[in-house]
Design a protein around this ligand. Sequence first.
Ligand SMILES: Cc1ncc(COP(=O)(O)O)c(C=O)c1O
Length: 355
Amino acid sequence: MLHDLKPYTPGEQPRVPGLIKLNTNEHPLPPSEQAVEALQGITGDALRRYPDPDSLGLRSAIADAEDLSIDQVFVGNGSDEVLAHIFKGLLTSQERLLTPDITYSFYPVWAALYGLPLVEIPLNPAFGIDWQLFLEQPGAILIANPNAPTGRALALTDIVDVVTSNPERLFVIDEAYFGFGADSAARLVPSTDNLVVTRSLSKSHALAGLRVGYALASPVLVEGLRRVKDSFNSYPLDALAQAAARAAIQDGQWFRNGSAFVVRNREALASGLEGLGFEVCPSAANFVFARHPGFAGAELFEHLRQHQILVRRWDKPRIADYLRITVGSESDCRALLDCLAEKIGGEPRSDSESP
Ligand SMILES: Cc1ncc(COP(=O)(O)O)c(C=O)c1O
């Protein structure tokens, strides 16, 4: 069993001076100052003691922000841990799990780890979802919205429709890229008991280093997750993570400004890439997914890498020619466009057009 496990491979985190790092969808801005101050305010005495096992302060801040009650909120070390508990606690009892064929590559890893049959439903050629293909077979449905690595968002009306008209089926909507343009399904949580929405503070709040994620669901589903968590680790979030994440959630102004900044840079990056002849998938995330009809993805990836610019690429059918490029600062995006222009032979766009 152990020999057969193929663990998830995260994006590289090299510590190379001068590297432009656009490969793991980290936020280009520093996090909320209030979050940093909350970290600095942690006393030695707070560290001497175990943290709150129920993360009450953080969960109540999330509940307030989402207009939910605290028993509809579950927190974990990154949405990866939250998703792992969802697999163990809520999905292994299901007949099978349906996910898109192109999506977050951790899903098949958890399915294999927990012995859950996984069916990958093909996305259409534009990387859109054909709900009918999902609904024609039994099983729970797990979809990232917006999807990764494509960045495409689902219409909220479709999610509302399928979740409410299939009450016997469990839906997990992974909103790791919440805040950058996709409509959230969180407002369905009070009226459904077959939906779990997961979120991450890694992207939306520039806190990838803190490892905080959460799930929104009915109290019964949250209680199920709590049982799994407490059978695994009774003190999952440390005192620093609880305090900083709570302050970050309460700083709504930072979240709105930070998201608007990323969206502005994303649109400029996408139009810069289109100006160089790239096909860019419409994105509601903090990255774009793009390919050039005249160049192999591997060649462009290597060219960027040689110039100290790191993006992400997968050697997988249908997407091998695509690059997933994190939306960086204006100067990082400009360096990427200039480097690609040099390879492709096109003119980089003028400053007023490019980010
Ligand atoms: C679709 C998706 N879900 C979940 C995660 C996990 O995020 P984290 O564990 O940092 O909260 C990621 C990270 O890249 C992701 O792309």
